[in-house]
Design a protein around this ligand. Structure first.
Ligand code: KG4
Length: 402
């Protein structure tokens, strides 16, 4: 089969697959327009593995890969159904699955399920398949990449590879007011479980990394400190919930425990969160068994952990925005779902004496999802003006922004 481009110039329906960490995600979106495209989400399904990983307090890559294999076909089915694109074949066809067998030779279970699915359902009306190739967990990325290649080959649909970090930025283009050239230069802060990066975006194509974490990511710090305090995974939402309860009850309005704000006053734009995690561990260990179980103590620690992370993120981002005369600050990644981070960013920006746009995705698009991969796939297709050969697409666990 040959790969043909069927997209018209200004419109495309994109099917996207994302398996970089512990969520199996499939989405279908419609994209329209050239300079500042508009997007409509037809479906955006996330199959979460949180329950599988909860007992380890973090993601266990081997189990995550196994779960992606189990979840990919059902998640694709749900996404196509929601987008009204799931149609059963009305006549029997004799398919040749030889190449599919080669592509999915390392994913036996997924191969079996894919064969059943592809025999039963027709090719959807999709112009492009977008898939995350990195950064992320290597075994998880490969399952999604191989699955995307298999269906792209089988259905003869062009395929395009997507950088997960860029997708956390481009998802902001789904907002009512799409990004345009006037919004640049922009300073972007990507804060997730595996990434804390600050970079400058001069336009849709030009990126420069200003700084990044030297050890743990901000989300990882939320997850690991939550584990120390005996809270559930993922730690970010658990800490956020207890923080809001502590603030309501306290008359003092500030914590008596003071945790470090690592690197907050350094001139560079790098971050470090492992020292904060260690400070939490030492503080916790220094308490009596009774205090360690005391709800007020746990809530107070949560407040201080969250505030320490917020203080560092906001200070460094606003400093970068001022230095580079940014017109926009763009936030993305799972941690950007945090209400206090969003509120305090808005407040700090309101106290600055010039106008800075603040873009943050809707909460359901902050954490991993495939709609963001579809949007970014569309921009990338516009940029490189062609799809890629499915044979060339590979997972790159440590993929950087260029
Ligand atoms: O972007 P994401 O879904 O996955 C990747 O790491 O790529 O981010 C997950 C991270 C986890 O560390 C989780 O604890 C954190 O985002 N997170 C939050 C919140 N929701 C998710 N952190 C703080 N506050 C939240 N509301």
């Amino acid at each position: 089969m040959t790969i043909t481009i069927t997209m018209t110039k200004n419109k495309a329906t994109i099917l996207a697959i994302e398996t970089s960490c512990d969520d199996t995600c499939v989405a279908v979106i419609e994209a329209k327009g050239q300079k500042s495209p508009r997007f409509k989400i037809l479906s955006n399904i996330v199959s979460s593995q949180v329950e599988v990983h909860r007992k380890w307090g973090g993601v266990y890559p081997t189990f995550a890969k196994r779960e992606h294999q189990k979840n990919l076909v059902p998640t694709l089915k749900k996404a196509l159904k929601k987008a009204k694109m799931l149609e059963i074949f009305n006549k029997f066809s004799n398919f040749n699955f030889q190449t599919l067998k080669e592509i999915l030779s390392r994913e036996e279970y997924l191969l079996k399920e894919s064969e059943k699915f592809l025999k039963k359902y027709q090719k959807p009306r999709v112009d492009l398949i977008a898939v995350t190739i990195g950064p992320g967990l290597d075994p998880c990325l490969w399952v999604g990449v191989n699955f995307a290649k298999a269906i792209a080959f089988f259905w003869d649909i062009p395929i395009i590879s997507v950088n997960h970090t860029k997708a956390h930025i481009f998802v902001n283009a789904i907002n009512k007011k799409p990004l345009t050239q006037k919004d640049f230069p922009a300073v972007c802060l990507i804060v997730s479980g595996g990434n804390t990066q600050l970079f400058l975006m001069e336009d849709f194509k030009k990126y420069k990394i200003l700084g990044e974490t030297r050890d743990d990511a901000a989300g990882e710090c939320f997850d690991k400190t939550a584990k120390i305090l005996g809270l559930s995974y993922p730690g970010g939402p658990a800490i956020e919930k207890l923080t809001s309860q502590w603030k309501q009850k306290s008359s003092r309005g500030r914590a008596s425990v003071i945790l470090p704000r690592p690197m907050i006053n350094q001139k560079n734009y790098d971050f470090s969160f492992s020292g904060l995690k260690t400070a939490v561990l030492y503080n916790f260990k220094s308490q009596t068994l009774k205090t360690r179980k005391n709800k007020q103590y746990i809530k107070e620690m949560c407040y201080e952990i969250q505030q320490a992370i917020i203080d560092v993120l906001i200070k460094k981002t606003i400093k970068a925005a001022k230095t580079y005369k940014a017109k926009t600050i763009i936030l993305g990644g799972g941690v950007s779902a945090n209400n206090e981070l969003r509120r305090q960013f808005n407040y700090k920006l309101s106290t600055i004496n010039y106008k800075l746009n603040f873009l943050v995705p809707p909460k359901n698009l902050c954490t991993d999802n495939a709609a963001m991969i579809a949007v970014t796939g569309y921009f990338r297709w516009k940029k490189i003006k062609k799809a890629e050969k499915w044979q060339d697409i590979k997972a790159v666990a440590n993929l950087r922004i260029t």
